[in-house]
Design a protein around this ligand. Structure first.
Ligand SMILES: Nc1ncnc2c1ncn2[C@@H]1O[C@H](COP(=O)(O)OP(=O)(O)OP(=O)(O)O)[C@@H](O)[C@H]1O
Length: 589
């Protein structure tokens, strides 16, 4: 199943979900335009009515309200009117910005939530194709780019177009020739700038790609800081990171100055045209009946429409960046989802059955082939085999991490595809060999954020997992912070903490994937004993390299190059020629 891709149409539909606010905002915008349109006209009119002594609309109206007065008062009253209108325009602007900000933040939240929900159910295989650094960058930067675009298009586009239309009407009424000239020239400027915006978009894309590569590689270098130091490879990794930073510098340099150059060029073109229009205005005063006052008003309107024209131009830039962002976000939304059905596993007893199961990480390269095995509820089985033979992969498929490529996998007779993945993972707990912990408290790492789990339960789990002693030595007990990925704990302590997680989760099936490999023999034996009562009724699948860990299993499966080559009890297998006998011999060396 794929989540619907982001398109302009969908963005629009999301915006329309806030229809009342949108309509209210647009009405206030319209009111703002109506309030602001007369502003450039009012003071220039005073040139005709007062300075050139041709009383008309303003002087006549002021006379009828206040009676005849002096030029100072006429000008003062009109100035007061202009200032008042500007103030009202400002207030309306603040209110509409508030409304439109709310709408755009709502839409960007919906998109972020949709992306996160999609990621939540993305299959592991697909997730591994994109780095976590890239996804984080998409979730932050690209969604912000969309936010800017939505904000500018929702709030400024309608306002800008309406302002241009209204000013156009007023200008044509003042002087049709000059009015038409101005109105014809505007789209030409926009057309020119549209081509430039394409170039800026391409440069921005280049810059974003460099940032993404830097973010991914640097995150990995910092993450593996200890490993890099251990291999004495700091110079190599950090000089690569510096190279990536240099690439950002180059790309940003290009984008930084070229985008400004293109934007300034649009502006310069506008100014050149403004000068030409100013000259046309002067000519019209000289050769037609356009008054000086109206000419000033026209000049005022040319400046007045600069903001909406610039807004429309910058909207094209923001559209260019937004379409790049949409493409990248859609890449996340195209990641395949894990197959999940509707049915749940009801019973606490889970029989697992695999028939002719195959699996490949990369198409055409089978890692597991023709695997058939039955794991009855409550049985104890062991998987052994050489490194790379596919044990972990098999454990992960059984635990619902990866999707099989062929054959069948059934839980209590139900096909895995028909079952809800979370129900499978609730019943089957995979205890990893190298558990990674959150940089949080012991409490959080065991309960995994489930606040209904009491301290008593946690302490009990720690006791069974042989971690009580360690915790008693910690100054903040359960509130001790374990460090990034659990760095402040030893490998063995992390493994036992993962076992404590399993104890709290209380699953029906436990898969131990070399989960005690970092423990000394003595601690492992103690842990074994204390886990016995808990594991007694559970199905236990153990992957191990130590004979002592596997020999008591009901059935031992031996994997080799992705297939099961031997199966049976320890007693049966030790009498057979084959891998298991080799395994025993190697342990005795
Ligand atoms: N995420 C992955 N993507 C691609 N290939 C993988 C992935 N994980 C494992 N493999 C490949 O699958 C094969 C089986 O690996 P797996 O980890 O299942 O073996 P294993 O028997 O558990 O080994 P070990 O005993 O060393 O843990 C290996 O060849 C490995 O390279």
């Amino acid at each position: 199943m794929k989540t619907e891709q982001i398109t302009l149409k969908r963005l629009f539909a999301l915006i329309l979900k806030k229809r009342p606010a949108l309509v209210y905002g647009q009405l206030l915008t319209l009111l703002g335009i109506l309030v602001s349109i007369p502003i450039p006209l009012m003071l220039p009119v005073m040139v005709d009515e007062i300075l050139l002594n041709k009383p008309a609309f303003f002087v006549n109206n002021i006379d009828s309200i206040f009676g005849g007065t002096t030029p100072f008062y006429y000008i003062a009253i009109v100035t007061f009117g202009v200032v008042f209108l500007r103030f009202i325009y400002y207030i309306l602007g603040v209110i509409t910005t508030k409304i439109f900000t709310k709408i755009s933040k709502h839409v960007t939240f919906m998109i972020r939530a949709e992306l996160l929900n999609h990621l939540k159910t993305t299959s592991m295989n697909e997730y591994e194709t994109i780095g976590s650094g890239a996804i984080t960058a998409n979730l932050v930067t690209d969604v912000n780019t969309l936010d800017t675009f939505i904000m500018s298009s929702v709030s400024r586009f309608v306002a800008s177009v309406l302002t241009l239309v209204a000013v156009g009407v007023v200008m044509i009424a003042i002087d049709p020739i000059l009015g038409f000239l101005i109105l014809i020239i505007q789209p030409l400027i926009m057309l020119l700038s549209k081509n430039m915006s394409k170039k800026v978009g391409a440069l921005k894309k280049e810059e974003n790609q460099k940032i993404e590569t830097f973010q991914n590689n640097t995150a990995e270098t910092l993450e593996l800081f200890g490993q890099i130091k251990a291999s004495n490879k700091e110079s190599y990794f950090f000089s690569n990171a510096i190279k990536d930073a240099k690439e950002i510098q180059n790309a940003s340099n290009e984008y930084g100055y070229k985008s400004v150059a293109y934007e300034r060029l649009s502006y310069t073109l506008f100014l050149v045209i403004f000068e030409l229009l100013r000259a046309s205005g002067l000519l019209l005063v000289a050769y037609s009946d356009l008054s000086i006052g109206m000419m000033f008003a026209m000049f005022g309107y040319i400046w007045f429409i600069m903001t909406p024209v610039q807004d429309i131009i910058s909207m094209q830039y923001s559209y260019a960046s937004a379409s790049g962002a949409i493409k990248r976000l859609n890449k996340i939304l195209s990641l395949e989802q894990e197959l999940s059905g509707e049915k749940k596993i009801d019973s606490s007893e889970v029989d697992i059955s695999l028939k002719n199961l195959s699996f490949s990480y990369i198409k055409g390269k089978d890692i597991l082939k023709d695997i058939s095995l039955d794991i009855k509820a409550g049985s104890k089985i062991a998987l052994i085999g050489a490194s790379g033979s596919g044990k972990t992969t098999l454990a992960q498929i059984i635990s619902g991490f990866y999707e099989k490529s062929g054959g069948s996998l059934k839980y209590n007779g139900e096909d895995s595809e028909t079952l809800e993945k979370s129900s499978v993972r609730e019943k089957i707990f995979l205890v990893l060999q190298m558990p990674i912990l959150f940089n949080s408290t012991l409490r959080f790492n065991i309960s995994m954020g489930d606040e209904s789990i009491t301290d008593e339960q946690l302490l009990k789990a720690l006791e069974i997992a042989e971690l009580k002693e360690m915790m008693d030595g910690m100054p903040n007990a359960l509130d001790t912070i374990v460090g990034h990925h659990g760095i402040r704990l030893s490998g063995g302590q992390r493994q036992r903490l993962s076992i404590a997680r399993m104890i709290i989760a209380n699953p029906s099936v436990v898969v131990f994937d070399e989960s005690t490999s970092a423990l000394d023999v003595h601690t492992e034996a103690k842990l074994h004993v204390s886990l016995q009562p808990l594991l007694k009724s559970k199905t236990v699948i153990t992957i191990a390299h130590r004979l002592s860990t596997v020999k008591n299993a009901d059935t031992i499966y031996v994997l080799d190059a992705g297939t099961i080559v031997q199966r049976g009890t320890h007693a049966e297998l030790e009498d057979e020629e084959g891998h298991y006998l080799e395994f025993i011999k190697n342990q005795l060396l």
